[in-house]
Structure formats: C-alpha cells, structure tokens
Design a protein around this ligand. Structure first.
Ligand code: PHE
Length: 340
C-alpha cells in the first residue's frame, strides 16, 4: 500500500511538471483526484483494509491527497500568471495608432455675434454689464416709468413667478442697475436673455436675446444716438445698410424711435421674417425719460442720455440669413455646425 502511494505521488508530480497549459493541469487533476481518479479509487479501497491498518493508511492517503491538491493549485497559479504576462506583451500599446477623433463643439451664432458686439462697443469706451434674468417688478417695469396698471405692461407678455417676481421681458432693467452702481458719464451695454409669454412662430420665441445700450452724460442728443446706431450697424454688417427711423412709443424714452433695417434676407422684397414688409424692427431706442433718470438718482436737469434695446437674436438672423428664429433653441447639430 505504501509503495502504491509513493508511486502515485511521483506520477502526479511528473504529470504536473509536464503540464504546460491550464488544460493539462485540469487533465492531471481529473486523472488523480477526479471522481474516478487514481487516488480517489485507491482511497475507496480503504474500507477493505484490516482494521488495524486503517488509521495509518488513512493518514497517508490524506497527506497524499493534500499534497497533490496543493501542487495542482500551485501549477495553475504559475501558468495563469505567465499567461497574463504573454497576453499583456501581445497587446502592447501602439503609440503610432491614429486614435479616435474627438468631436469639437462650436460657439453658438448668438454668442459669436454677442462677442463681436462687445468688441465693437468696448472699443468705443462702453463697459459690458450683466443683470439677473429673474427680476422684480420694480426693475422690469416700475423704475422704467411703467407703473402698475399702465397699459404699456401689455406690450410685453410676462412670465410671472408666484412670489411676484418675473422673468425679465427685456434687458432695460440693467439701465436702472447701471445708474444705481455708476455715476455719469455712463457708457454701458448689457447683452442677455429675455423672456416673453408668446406663441412661437418664424419670428417669435419665448426666449431670445437683446443687447441693451445706455449712454448718459451732459448734452447727449438724438444726433449722438443716430451716430452710435449707424456706427454699430456698419461695424456688425461690414457694409452700409439701409435704415429708417420711425417714432416709437416706450414709456422709458422720450422721444422714442423704432429703427428699422431693410430686410437683408429678402433685400427688402418681402419674406416671412419681415412679414412681407421689406423692413425688420431691429433697434428700438430713444432719449432716456427724465423719470427713468430720477429712478436712477440722476438729475435730468444736468444730464441726458440715450438708450437702445437691440434685438440681438434678430440681428443674428439678418447677419446669417436665418429665416426661422426657432432654429436657435432647437439644438439641431446640423444647424449649429454651419457656424463652426
Ligand atoms: N426694452 C424695449 C423692448 O424690449 C426696447 C427698448 C430699449 C426701447 C431701450 C427703447 C430703449 O421692447
């Protein structure tokens, strides 16, 4: 019996030394320790031994089984780690591979035009201001000479918040904030998003961009206003454009004007953007109303000023010939990529 055990120990050890793959190890395991394996079979013969030999033989068997078991595990571990080494060596990283192309975003056309306008105005000595999109009734209406119940409130359909605040309907509240913060002379622009509770179509959106302008100094007149507006339009369109000035009513300016631009999409012929008129309202403007100066703690006897509320979104439409305002917020990459 002991001899047989020694033979098996030697045979199993040889088989494992010779195993060069994990399959070979598994075959050796089955051959010696499997259900019908040689060691297992021999152990089954234990019950036939005379009683006095059983304890000793049992001990020997157990030792053999444990040894072979340990040897199998060790061989397996060795083979696994060398398999990993060769897999890593085979997969070596090729730094000359061209790699995966990364998609680049691009600057939104409204943002591009806003930056261009900021350059134009800062070069004329204007500062660029910012204001909150959630405004109080005071800044959006009251301080701009639009008291409660004034019919002019209906000119701008408003998204009201439950607490009485609102989404600003125009960038004009920044006029008041500018006057509260700075003393004349003031030259400022304030680009930003505005919101109107409106039905959307090719030329109306509930969210769009304006660029407010404010100049306050001694002896500012309509002539200064017209000059500034013409300079602005020539710079942004990089050519002389046709404009017309009409009287326009806004409670915060007096006199007030509508500056229209000859439609650049249809060249004045009539299209859906200009509602077939050949003209687009682009630049409402006027001389700052004395009540507004007073709201800003500026003495209208000493100072005067002009203000404008450029329709930034509409200007971008004219600049690029876009005939549907809804494109800007649609998030269609095919549209946006054209401005990359
Ligand atoms: N805030 C006005 C609007 O959005 C535009 C405007 C601004 C008019 C400044 C005159 C002066 O309708």
């Amino acid at each position: 019996m002991e001899k047989r055990i020694e033979e098996l120990r030697a045979a199993a050890s040889r088989a494992l030394d010779a195993a060069s793959t994990l399959d070979d190890v598994e075959n050796a395991r089955v051959r010696y320790l499997g259900k019908n394996g040689e060691i297992t079979q021999l152990m089954k013969g234990l019950k036939d031994l005379p009683a006095e030999e059983k304890p000793k033989a049992g001990q020997l068997f157990n030792r053999l089984k444990n040894e072979v078991d340990a040897a199998i595990k060790e061989r397996k571990a060795t083979l696994e780690s060398s398999q990993l080494d060769s897999a890593l060596a085979a997969d070596a990283f090729d730094v000359t591979e061209p790699g995966v192309r990364v998609g680049f975003g691009s600057v939104h056309p409204i943002e591009q035009t806003r930056r261009r306008l900021e350059d134009i105005f800062t070069s004329m000595g204007f500062m660029v201001l910012d204001g909150p999109e959630i405004e109080s009734d005071y800044y959006n209406f009251e301080a701009l000479n639009i008291p409660a119940h004034h019919p002019a409130r209906d000119m701008q359909d408003t998204f009201w918040l439950e607490d009485g605040d609102l989404l600003r309907t125009h960038t004009s509240p920044v006029q008041i904030r500018a006057m509260e913060t700075y003393r004349p002379p003031i030259r400022a622009i304030a680009p930003g998003r505005v919101f109107r509770y409106e039905v959307t179509d090719a030329s109306h959106e509930n969210t769009f961009h304006q660029l407010e302008g404010l100049v306050i100094d001694r002896d500012i007149s309509v002539a200064n206003l017209i000059f500034a507006m013409k300079t602005l339009l020539r710079e942004i369109f990089e050519r002389d454009v046709e404009i017309r000035l009409r009287p326009g009513y806004f409670p915060f300016v007096e006199p007030g004007f509508e500056l229209d631009l000859s439609c650049l999409i249809c060249d004045g012929g009539g299209c859906k953007v200009c509602k077939q008129s050949g003209w687009v309202e682009l630049l409402p403007c006027g001389m700052v109303h004395p009540n507004v100066l007073r709201s800003g703690k500026i003495d209208p006897e000493e100072y005067s000023g002009f203000a404008f509320g450029l329709g930034l979104t509409r200007l971008v439409m004219m600049r690029y010939g876009i005939d549907d305002i809804r494109q800007f917020l649609a998030g269609d990459l095919r549209f946006l990529r054209q401005f990359a």
